[in-house]
Design a protein around this ligand. Sequence first.
Ligand SMILES: [Zn+2]
Length: 314
Amino acid sequence: MRFEDFHGVDELIGRLKRETGSGDPVHAYLFCGPVGSGKRSLARICARALNCDSDGEKPCDLCGSCRRYLAGTHPDHMELSDQKIIKVDQVRDVIQWLATRSFEGGRKTVLFGNADAMNVQAQNALLKTLEDPPRDVVIFLTAEKPTSLLPTVLSRVRMMRFSPLSQSGCARALEKLGIEGARAEQLAEVAQGSVGVALKLDRDEGFWRMREQVLEALEGIRGPGDVFRAAEGLKAYKGADVRRVLDMMEQIACAKMEGEETGRHSGYERIGLSGCGLLEAVMEARRMVERNVNWQYALETLLFSGLRAAGLRE
Ligand SMILES: [Zn+2]
């Protein structure tokens, strides 16, 4: 992703671009916003821009430094993400690492990908660094809600809030970019309000082929006798594509559930399975796939479970 992939938050992006590109950043940024709004991606883009060697647009994603960032091997970048709890010892390790000289002579960057996972002691440990940061260090924090952090921490970082566009806002933004109405609505839904994702998916033929197969499978299933035929189109997928199929089903299940709860048209009325039953079945299939259960078997189990939940057993 690049700065340009963030739409609808022009002011915020413009400011970050200026600060990171000109080499005049503040010492700590906190990006707040819901899951999936691109907070971490943005922090990584900023980190790359700070150490990018290009004379033009930063990050260029082509120079040695950018490439090392992208490969996850940059010696002056550290990341603590996906942890349920961040403890004081982990923060101390980071602080110690920040106090050493930069390996490549540029800035040292660190990303706490879920700063809200820091317990109070951990936050207090970081506080000292935020009050008196080592030179040439830039700290990025991301969190869903700023309220999960201590006020003393909040007062020492530059907080930037993300609010991803609503689905309709996303569709309007896509229309402005020349995508016609119905397609814009559809893209906004599958991209869950992210214009950048929508634009990428618009050109992704594989995605649409897969989506057609997923819909065909889900719409074609009315009883147990349909399961094996319904699984036919999807069973050949492997690896990352299996996860994509499950992501797609999950999203359809959520949209359907929302429609069922609010009485609004979800566009998935032709699917006989209930949104909630489908969602549960997808989650179970995910667990099976993680345990390396054969995909075809997991898929068929998913469809059977969905039918059972919908009471379409006979
Ligand atoms: Zn670069």
